[in-house]
Write a protein that binds this ligand. Sequence first.
Ligand code: FNR
Length: 366
Amino acid sequence: MSAEYKAPSEVKDLTIYNTIELEDLAKEVMPKGGFDYLAGGSGEEFTLKRNVQCFKSQGILPRVLADVEFPETETEIFGQKLKVPFIMAPIAAHETKEAGTAKGISEFGGTIMSISAYSGATFEEIDEGLQGNPRWFQIYMAKDDELNINILNEAKADGASAIILTADATISGNRDRDDKNEFVYPFGMPIVSRYLTGTGENMSLNNIYGQSKQKITPRDVEFIKKHTDLPVFVKGLQTAEDANVAIGAGADGVWVSTHGGRQLDEAPGSFECLAEVADAVAGRVPIVFDSGVRRGEHIFKALAQGADLVALGRPVLFGLALGGWKGVRSVFEYFETDLKRVMQLAGTQNIDQVKAARLKALDNWN
Ligand code: FNR
């Protein structure tokens, strides 16, 4: 394990005031290379910052006299009941690999783990942490279709109940921090190593992306559906046009994301693209939203703007760095408590009411 990625191995519950401070705390305990890989984005990091800031483009209009004492956060997707309207985004990172994240999520319970194709752990290792918890699988495709069928079969046998096709990362964004740190992956990638020239260990992200399939088209959506018979999400879109193309190709869900500002820089923030996509989708398929979610207010606004589920990214990994699997659980608990507080203050009893809540466009927010 590269020293650049070593994080503290302490396993402890965290007291979280907000997840923005969690990033500062993680910075103190993580080596620079690993921290920059996690926290950094592409280019000038405009989109990275904008993802968080642009939630301020809309205000939550509270309703009072609303008879709310115990807000209910339960929801469901594809018949799967969830305790909360947020799940884990696919992220490949950390020296406990994905097993620590998986354990934290299964101990929290009632949500979904998205397993990245670039995971440092095998399906079996992740399953030890997940203990039967629901999971989706995110694929970075190989150039060779036989290998893709192979990977999809394994994911399905592992119990994935949906496949996420990440479409915004056919090559790596220009991540200056990683380039300056000469950051290379500190561990192998057992799921995709079958199509890499190496295992993934000591390889740069540019190299790994370069060996994955770059020509991603609507045919890939059809291909995945045909070979898995599972619902397919297209992840990483920001426009009505792409939502229509994805649904036209048979996608069962769309996933609005800027990849956490790590791919195309100077794209708009993710939240400011959500309304356009939701209008185009018009309820035909569920919408997952991610990028920049740091507070209960952000989850609330994303749901009110048309998302069905929100995916958490970096805050969970900062929790993992600071408190291992218990830190992951603490982050999920923080978001649950914070969302309930926002729901109550906004006068919304349940997730249907959150989705129907009114936002007000704000001037001069940035
Ligand atoms: C990611 N993300 C990502 N997405 C994906 O589809 N496959 C992957 O392997 C990864 N890997 C990854 C690593 C790291 C370190 C980060 C921070 C992100 C993107 C991820 O799924 C999600 O879109 C973003 O993390 C959301 O942005 P925030 O909330 O983290 O800012």
